[in-house]
Design a protein around this ligand. Structure first.
Ligand code: 48F
Length: 261
């Protein structure tokens, strides 16, 4: 059939506005806000959501994947080391073995499989939105939410106020700049967070330490992926991605334990 249905413009707008407002109203309060849809944030979202945490993933860009798409100098192959192939198996991502404990994946496939698994797990996504501040409570003190703004408004330097989302836990998966931990350390000195800054490259040692140091940074605030390097002063690891996946899964497990006991 090619006799396409006529849809009135008013109905188009009504559908979009009603559904979107319902979606936004639903995420005003959640268990977990993850900032950044790179490999660590996507992986964390899958395991947190599968465990029943109401999880929203906020991404500044209009895409999934963070640094995976760019790979190493825009090349479409990512290196993954053991035991991270467990996660590839779990999300149905194909890979090629390249010797003892090392595998390669196609970057597009990994991005899409992670995003697909996250959607299947029930993760709510907000794209084109930037988190630029945290909400905190003096008792503790602890992190209790995030401030969000359209990325486009920020790029146009428009003077608008943000909206706030309340949540029990915030995961900084923003990559090299650890933006959420940085803003928390600057604006809430009582949290006693002192990001050290990433060091020069040393891949294997960094991969191991990123996973080891993944976890809670302050009450209600956690970090995963490259943000861990920035916060704890670890070496840069370059284009190898196993630790990003394992760090995301570990962060989810720690948050699930902290929230569920
Ligand atoms: O950088 P990114 O991929 O972080 P990751 O999960 O993985 C790092 C690797 O890709 C790679 C590497 C490892 O070998 O070195 O770089 O630690 O993804 C971070 C995502 O967060 C988004 C950003 O657009 C990217 O997609 N992001 C960053 N800051 C914000 C943000 C923010 N303030 N609000 C919303 N999204």
């Amino acid at each position: 059939r090619e006799d396409i249905v006529e849809v009135d413009e008013a109905l188009i707008s009504q559908c979009i506005l009603e559904e979107s407002l319902e979606f936004l109203r639903d995420i005003i309060t959640t268990d977990l806000v993850i900032v950044g849809a790179g490999p660590s944030g996507l992986t964390a979202s899958i395991y947190a959501s599968r465990a029943g945490l109401k999880t929203v993933l906020i991404e500044r860009r209009l895409s999934f994947g963070g640094g995976m798409g760019g790979g190493a100098m825009h090349l479409p192959t990512l290196v993954i080391e053991e035991p991270a192939t467990e996660i590839l198996d779990d999300i149905g991502c194909r890979y090629k073995r390249r010797g003892e404990g090392v595998a390669t994946v196609d970057s597009s496939e990994l991005m899409i499989r992670l995003a697909n698994a996250a959607i299947d797990a029930g993760v709510r996504f907000l794209h084109g939105v930037t988190v630029d501040d945290i909400v905190f409570r003096e008792d503790g003190p602890r992190v209790a939410g995030v401030a969000i703004e359209w990325t486009a408004s920020q790029m146009a330097s428009l003077h608008t106020d943000p909206l706030f989302l309340k949540t029990s836990a915030v995961l900084d998966a923003t990559g090299h700049d650890a933006e959420i931990v940085s803003v928390a350390s600057r604006k809430v000195p009582e949290l006693n967070i002192l990001p050290v800054g990433e060091k020069s490259a040393s891949s294997s040692s960094s991969e191991r330490q990123v996973v080891e140091k993944t976890g809670r940074v302050a009450p209600g605030l956690y970090c995963a992926g490259m943000a861990v390097s920035e916060v704890h002063g670890l070496p840069r690891m370059g284009p190898i991605f196993g630790a990003m996946l394992l760090s995301g899964r570990k962060a989810a497990r720690i948050i699930i334990r902290d929230l569920r006991g």
